[in-house]
Design a protein around this ligand. Structure first.
Ligand code: FAD
Length: 338
């Protein structure tokens, strides 16, 4: 899969070129088939090299736990087990699975971390792209293996355990991995006493304090038209996490039809409505990353109703006849830069 460009543009790099108040520390790298960048307005203990080593080690460890692209990761070993036994899993992975199960219950299965067989059937997992559109029988067979009710997270003392009712259940935490990674880097920086930072891991962003110019961090929601540098809105996160899911980057066309990587478990098919981007602001990137995908499954009207009912800070971009229209909840307004 080609690396997914960031769904946000970091605007501080585009702002006036006045000299930063402090020399920023910035590292970049690749993880989870995409990119990350960490910018600090404070020095890191041990300098840039120590920061790069510690962040990369943390992300490699996370991949060893939840990457379905690594055949011997904890998640892959769980998916390969064809039994109903309770398998021990690392506590970090358990926290991610727990968020997936909670969001699955709250969204009545629209976010479903067991949706992997459908994701793979439509070619958005580690397997190859299909050469022909999956037929009804293949979709039905894959759907039979899906359902958050088939997955069970338990504890034996301090040890988290995971089990499944269907031997071919396939756990896919792709929708949560970036948020989990962004939160883990934030925890590392907090522990090191860093007060001013911005973390972007694909579409999942965490920030704290101010940018190297002493101003609030400002990030942009990319315009789905993909015109270079075009953006829909500018967000000042105010220490909250921001995550965006979109259907306009990760897709392919087959038999004249466009298929995106967001799957509606109700139909077993990629979504086919006009909502092209959903941005969510919550205290953690893990939670925001769970709900941005769920909103994408819902479509424009259901997503807005869901967000308003829960007083969530949500920003939707809907494709209209005359271009893209932004819709956002009252809770999102305070984060929009004037
Ligand atoms: P999001 O909207 O955050 O998530 C969409 C993804 O969630 C889809 O790609 C699908 O996997 C899944 N999904 C779709 N519909 C639903 C649904 N209804 N409910 C729940 N989940 C759904 N990609 C590579 O090409 N190479 C790699 O080496 C690689 N390694 C990875 C390692 C890890 C640890 C993780 C978590 C992912 C990895 N990926 C890799 C996958 C890649 O990062 C994903 O495409 C990306 O995570 C999707 O995130 P997103 O923000 O684009 O979309």
């Amino acid at each position: 899969m080609s690396p997914r460009p960031l769904l946000f543009l970091l605007l501080t790099s585009l702002l006036s070129a006045c000299q930063p108040a402090t020399e920023p520390t910035r590292i970049e790298g690749r993880t989870m088939g995409t990119f990350y960048a960490v910018t600090l307005a404070d020095p890191f203990p041990g300098g840039q090299q120590a920061l790069q080593q510690q962040v990369d080690a943390l992300l490699v460890k996370l991949n060893h736990e939840i990457s379905t692209y690594e055949p011997d990761s904890d998640i892959s070993r769980f998916n390969q087990a064809k039994d109903a036994l309770a398998h021990p899993i690392p506590s970090d992975m358990a926290k991610i699975v727990e968020q997936g199960i909670t969001a699955g219950q709250v969204t009545k299965g629209l976010l479903d971390v067991t949706v992997g067989p459908l994701v793979n059937l439509w070619g958005f997992g580690p397997d190859k792209r299909p050469v022909k559109t999956p037929d009804e029988a293949a979709i039905a067979a894959a759907r039979e293996r899906v359902g958050i009710d088939k997955l069970h997270l338990t504890r034996q003392g301090e040890q988290f355990m995971l089990s499944k009712d269907h031997p071919d259940l396939y756990l896919d935490l792709s929708t949560l991995g970036e948020g989990a990674g962004s939160d883990a880097v934030a925890a590392l920086l907090d522990k090191a006493g860093i007060q001013n930072y911005l973390i972007e891991l694909a579409g999942a962003v965490r920030s704290k304090g101010h940018n190297p110019k002493g101003k609030p961090w400002r990030i942009a929601i990319v315009d789905p038209s993909d015109k270079p540098g075009a953006f829909q809105g500018i967000v000042t996160p105010k220490g909250m996490a921001v995550s965006t899911a979109g259907s306009y980057r990760n897709y392919y066309e087959l038999d004249g039809q466009r298929y995106s990587h967001i799957i509606d478990p109700r139909t077993g098919r990629p979504i086919a409505h006009k909502l092209v981007s959903a941005t969510v602001i919550t205290p953690t990137a893990l939670e925001a990353d769970a709900y941005d995908t769920a909103l994408m499954v819902m479509g424009p009207d259901e997503a807005m109703a869901f967000a308003k009912a829960r007083q969530m800070a949500v920003y939707l971009i809907v494709k209209g006849d005359k271009g893209f229209e932004a819709r956002y909840t009252p809770q999102f307004e305070p984060y929009l830069a004037k």
